[in-house]
Design a protein around this ligand. Structure first.
Ligand SMILES: [Zn+2]
Length: 94
């Protein structure tokens, strides 16, 4: 697989983000190694498509350095994960 057809998923950095989507696990950014959250939908994308988790900084850099990066809109399932996490963080701020 070349860099051109690499599938990535951009993840929130774990440090400073104590309220991830329910069912999230930590993993490491494939480029810089920082610990990131991988939500259940992201775990599925990694399993099914061999996606590499990237932190927001490395994901942004990857897109900027590519001539033909394709991005996908957020899925409904991802939107629900985010909204639930936001609600939980409001109810139980840490
Ligand atoms: Zn990174």
């Amino acid at each position: 697989m070349t860099d051109e057809d690499r599938v990535v998923i951009i993840c929130a950095v774990a440090a400073g983000n104590p309220n991830p989507a329910e069912g999230s696990v930590t993993t490491h950014c494939a480029d810089c190694g920082v610990q990131v959250w991988l939500a259940p939908t992201g775990q599925g994308i990694v399993m099914e498509h061999g996606a590499s988790p990237l932190c927001i900084g490395c994901g942004t850099k990857s897109i900027e350095e590519s001539d033909d990066a394709e991005t996908q809109p957020i899925w409904d399932a991802q939107r629900i994960e985010v909204l639930r996490a936001l609600r939980r963080s409001r109810l139980d701020p840490r």
